[in-house]
Design a protein around this ligand. Sequence first.
Ligand SMILES: [Zn+2]
Length: 392
Amino acid sequence: MAPMLEGFAGQEVALRLVANALQRDEVPHAYLVAGPRWLGKRRAALSLGRLLACHAPRLESTDGPTPCGECRSCVLPFGPGTHHDLVVIEPEAPPAKTAATDEASGEASAESVIAVASGVIRVEQIRDAERRLSRSLVAGRRRVCVVPDAERMCRVASAGNAFLKTLEEPPPHTAIVLTASNPADLLPTIVSRCLMLPFHPLSAEQLARAMCWVEGGAGVAESEAALAAALSCGRLGLAELMVREPGLRQVRDRVLTILRESWLGGGLGSLRGPEEVHSLCVEWWTRTAGAGAAGELGATGRERAVRAAAPELLAFMEGYIRDVMAFRVGARSGLQNPDRAEDVAADAQRFSPEGLIARLRALARTRRALAANASSRLALEVALARMRNLPR
Ligand SMILES: [Zn+2]
C-alpha cells in the first residue's frame, strides 16, 4: 500500500483534520502539531508544509491527501534552503565569538550544540522570518513557515509576542506550522489561533509498518523494526533513530544491566552504577542531539546533557519494571522489552508487586528531583540505592 502523507502514518485524527480543511478549501492560517517528544513531529510539519505549498494536492485517495509530486512547488526538495517559499525558524548557535576556542579544544562547539538543542528562538530570527515571508511567492501555492519546538520561541517573551503579531496578521498566502511537545508552554493566544493536530504514540504494529514505509520497505529488517518499535514505546522518531544509531540500543542495554545489578546487589556493578548512568546520559544526549555534539563537553554542558537525557534512561528502567509486573499477572506478549523476556521472567519470581511499585515510585521521585534541579549525580545515586535497598 502506498504511504499516506509522510510523517502522518497512524495519526488518523490529525490526517482527517488536514484533509477536511483542504477539501472544504478552508485551510487555516496556522497548524499546531502537538504530542509527546520523539513522534516525528518536525518531519510531519515539513510534510504538511509541502502539501500546503502544492498547487494540485491529491485529495481523492482513501489514505488521505498527498502532494501531487509534479507541480513547480513539488519538484523542488522541500527543506530549509532548497525551497524558496519555505521558512524554518529554529534555534541558532550563539554568535561565534569563539572560533579560536573551537579549534583549540572543540569544547565551545559542543557547548553551542547544547545551546541549540535546548535553546531559544530570538526575536531577531522572528523579524528575519517576517521579512522572508513578505517576499512574493516563487514556486509554491502558499508560503510556509515551519517552527519546530515552538516552545523555544516562547521562552523569550519578546520573540513570542513578535510571532503572535505574525500569527494575527499573516502575510497573504502564508501557512504557519508549529510543533510542540508541551503546548501548555506556548502563549495561550498562540495556541488559540492554530488548528491543533494531535499526535500520539503508535501501537507496535502501526509503528513497525510506518517504519517500513519510511525506509521504502528496504533496509530495516522486520524483526529490527519490531524491537525498535517496542523499545521506543510507539514513538516513531525515536524508533528510527534507534535503528540508525545502534549505540542507543547499547545505552539502553547497559541501563537495564545496571538496574538489575543494583537490585540483585551484584558486586562491583552496583557501586559503579551511578557514575556509569551519568556517563550513559551524556552518551545518549550526544547521540540524539546530532553528530556535532560528539566533542568534549565542559562540566556545565555535561550537567545539562544529563538533565536532558536522564528522563529517557529512567523510562527504560520504568518500562522494564512494568514488564516484570505484567509478567507476574500473566502477560507473555506485548512486553516493552521483548528481547529481555528471560530476565523479566526470572525477576518476576524474585519481586513482589509491592516491591515493584515501590521502585517505580522511587524512580518517579528521581524524575521530580531532577526537574527541581537537584544534583543529577546525587539523584541517580539515591535512585540506584533505592533499587537495591527497598524490600523485594
Ligand atoms: Zn504539487
